[in-house]
Design a binder for this molecule. Sequence first.
Ligand code: F6R
Length: 597
Amino acid sequence: MCGIFAYAGNRSDASQLILHGLKLLEYRGYDSWGVAVIPRGKGEGKRGKNEIVVKKRIGKIGDANVNELPSSSFGFGHTRWATHGGVTNVNAHPHLDCFNTIAVIHNGIVENYEQLKKNLIKNGHKFQSETDSEIIAHLIEEYSKNIPFPKAVQKTFNSLEGLNAIIAINTKEEQFCAVKNGSPLVIGFGKNENFLASDAAALLPYTKQVYFLEDNQMAIVNKDKADVFDVATNRSVLIKPITLEWDIKQSHKGNYPYFMLKEIHEQPDIILEIANSRLNEAMKMAEVIKKSHGAYLVGCGSAAYVANSGVYLFSKVAKRHVNFAVASEFSYHLDFLNDKSLVIALSQSGETMDTLEAVKRAKVKGAKIGAIVNVLGSTLYRIADYKLLIGAGPEKGVASTKALIGKLSHLILIAYSLAGKGNQGKEVLIKAAASSKKLLQSTNINNIKKLAKLLKTKSHMFVIGRGLSYPTSLETALKIKEISYIHAEGLAAGELKHGPLALIEKGTPCIVFAPQDETHGANLAGAMEMKARGGYIIGISNKSHEVFDYYIQVNDALEGTIIPNIIVGQLLGYYLSVEKDLDPDKPRNLAKSVTVK
Ligand code: F6R
């Protein structure tokens, strides 16, 4: 979940470059940050050698600088999300050994850190922080008394339990020792300079040539080269860099106040691009589904809701049952999978740990893996047998918007392709793009802003829908919760009468999705049930109805209406967040990619 950026080269302003790299990773969310460099000139350390110089602070980088750090052409930085130990300057990374000659940054959780720490303390090591990460620096210090530094890093990594990515440096050689299982690490290749980062998007200003480290691979990277080997076998690995497709311009906010709003507005073009260029790819995936004996869509959070909508789409459009599961649960009920099964994982980042776990377990059972993923070269992308790139460009708002609509657009195209009606799927997407564009016009935006003003003081809301509007309701409730911190519950409209109606009282906001499909009448009936208990009904439909107290118009786009409907939820979540003076790009307690279990 943390951000990592490392630089080795000829520039003399490594600390500034690293701070800039960390700023590019800010969107992932963090509570503290730190930069460490090895000075260019000679500085006297406790052992008479150069010492590593570190600056660490809690809070956002904001206008902070690293001007006091010495001139350097080698160093690294980290943005931390606290796990072990509170949010303090000392707990921020990088962490040092007892002599300030070894520094470590770490992403993950060292599950056996207590035992390791006890042994290190017995051996005389002094700890500064409460973190599990600091033990890594001391363990390397301990091992490197007898073996070369890279071997000491390797031995340390092998002593750690849990999923970890670490980069270690020492003052003797200007080289990074980077090793991982679980959390991502990517090497960026420049001219006379090389980089390491936790996320390829941070490398875009410097290079598009990258290599994603596989689990249990260790890289030794200096300014001239990167050597990679397998930590279990010590065999060296031939690296084939790939070229990133993203454009640096796509990762700027432009005139928008927040990335989330920019990304919401990009969606009509992304839908059209998918409609116009992805039919062949969709047809290939449809063929794979056709041949499978049991296909399953999995994902987490918003991606799980898109996966859920796939069940309705494939049934309705292609008359085919495709199952769905929340990835974190799928691992517990996949024993029935076999070598004819197909598991399609949906993910923006391609690094979500729960999704990867599910896919890896499915693979062990012999299932084939499909991926609909936004990040080229990500772990999911590499694991998958059949891959579809979403093509939404870098998504920087923590709450997923355009990548999720990209996933959904692909599912629509695949469902129609499976029915042998790919071109009809394309038309549906073109309609969905037009309806979304209309929704994003200022009169409609103002209508949603006005609603946000009305609702911002509320503590609870309910969102209902049936059919494709059920996952829409779940996604809308999630968007409201995660960025405005208002409790919102998404429900299948038919479930209201099985208990939840007890919570509807005078003035409770009730959002009702009522598109012009087979669910229209039943959704309105749900609205009436809530109105009868005093609920304040917010209707989202192509036409108004007397039961609505507030109305948001969404033009009909057949099965594609789910797309503009979800965008209503995104906009409402966004404006509620802004109305409450929150930062919609960086919601509390949520990271852009959740790389822990
Ligand atoms: C919600 C959100 C998360 C992600 C989830 C999966 O707005 O962003 O629920 O959808 O963490 O992430 P990916 O798609 O990267 O696997």
